[in-house]
Design a protein around this ligand. Structure first.
Ligand SMILES: *[C@@H]1O[C@H](CO)[C@@H](O)[C@H](O)[C@H]1NC(C)=O
Ligand SMILES: *[C@@H]1O[C@H](CO)[C@@H](O)[C@H](O)[C@H]1NC(C)=O
Length: 317
């Protein structure tokens, strides 16, 4: 009996492996639009797909980012400056893409642009701090997707959303985890709506990676600014020690960040080039083996594990 079980498991793993190894032909015909190509995942993915011969349309936030990318890639790759929070910008980028892809349509959209600050302790933040992140990480993704969808439907292509493991389990306060939970939800409904059109929607859930998002200097600066904007009452209640610990903690985040960004960009590439892309990709060992499993545990256990080492407030009434 156990032998039968083992054989079935082996066969299903073999089937999974075979299915995921089927890669599309004619990649050089396909256009892929990627947001946030200045640094990090977007930058690496643009280079990676360009090497594969795909036609990459890379959106960068800055001229400098675009110039750097151009220098490292083939003449096939084209860049545009795009701030995803500006809907006029998004509209004009859509026109630009449409003029390039013409009747072929757009094969791939990778919603990668994202920011990580301001974040931290909920009570230290203002609603504007939340709005800043949500505008890029959530509303930006939605705006770009809705505008590009007609071209993607035409190509029966792919939407790849760069979410985060923080969209499955909330690891900190502030807008970041909220935005990534929102991206999960958007991907889920879009996936179901696009099914009849032959458009596939995937989400990438990276764990901690060493990118601008986890840059400790930026994180510390953000914690400092949010602490300074709190009222005297909040400062007294939490206390300076709480602030110092939270500030210092940002340095330790770097120590569990993976430096191998291809763990994430390989997932994105698979979602764009495989015959049968997966719905979800957890990228990084921490995401696969610690954080996603943690999200399934009873809340009391998750809460206990996530609050180990949390600083104590100065005044608890
Ligand atoms: C690949 O392109 C060639 C030439 O354009 C075409 O004949 C062939 O059908 C294409 N293959 C697929 C799988 O689309
Ligand atoms: C990075 O990850 C890829 C898998 O995506 C692997 O092939 C490669 O060897 C890794 N590189 C390093 C330096 O660990």
């Amino acid at each position: 009996m156990w032998f039968l079980g083992l054989a079935l498991l082996g066969l299903s793993l073999l089937y999974r492996w075979y299915r995921q190894s089927q890669i599309l032909e004619n990649l050089s015909d396909k256009y892929v639009f990627i947001t946030g190509c200045d640094t990090g995942f977007g930058h690496l993915l643009a280079k990676q797909l360009d090497k594969r011969g795909m036609r990459v349309l890379a959106a960068c936030l800055t001229e400098k980012g675009a110039k750097n990318l151009k220098e490292e890639t083939s003449s096939r790759l084209q860049t545009i400056i795009l701030d995803v929070t500006d809907s006029r910008h998004v509209k004009s980028s859509t026109k630009w893409v449409s003029a390039i892809v013409k009747d072929k349509g757009l094969w791939g959209l990778v919603n990668n642009a994202g920011i990580g600050i301001p974040g931290g302790i909920n009570e230290w933040l203002t609603t504007d701090d939340y709005i800043k992140i949500l505008k890029v990480n959530l509303l930006g993704v939605i705006d770009v997707t809705i505008n590009m969808l007609p071209m993607i439907r035409k190509a029966q292509g792919r939407v790849v959303n760069v979410g985060s493991v923080a969209g499955r389990i909330t690891v900190c306060g502030g807008g970041y985890c909220i935005s990534k939970h929102g991206v999960e939800s958007f991907s889920d409904s879009l996936r179901r709506e696009m099914l009849p059109f032959g458009v596939k929607v995937s989400i990438i859930e990276p764990g901690f990676f060493k990118t601008e998002l986890t840059n400790p200097d930026l994180q510390k600066q953000s914690i400092k600014l949010t602490w300074e904007q709190t009222s005297e009452e909040v400062k007294r209640s939490y206390g300076a020690e709480y602030y110092r610990t939270s500030y210092g903690y940002m340095d330790s985040v770097e120590s569990f960040c993976s430096t191998n960004l291809s763990l994430a960009t390989d997932c994105m590439e698979h979602a764009l080039t495989a015959v049968y892309p997966w719905t979800r990709y957890s990228a990084g060992w921490d995401s696969k083996f610690i954080l996603i499993p943690l999200s399934y545990l009873p809340t009391v256990i998750t809460d206990y594990l996530l609050t180990i080492g949390q600083p104590k407030p100065a005044q608890v009434s």
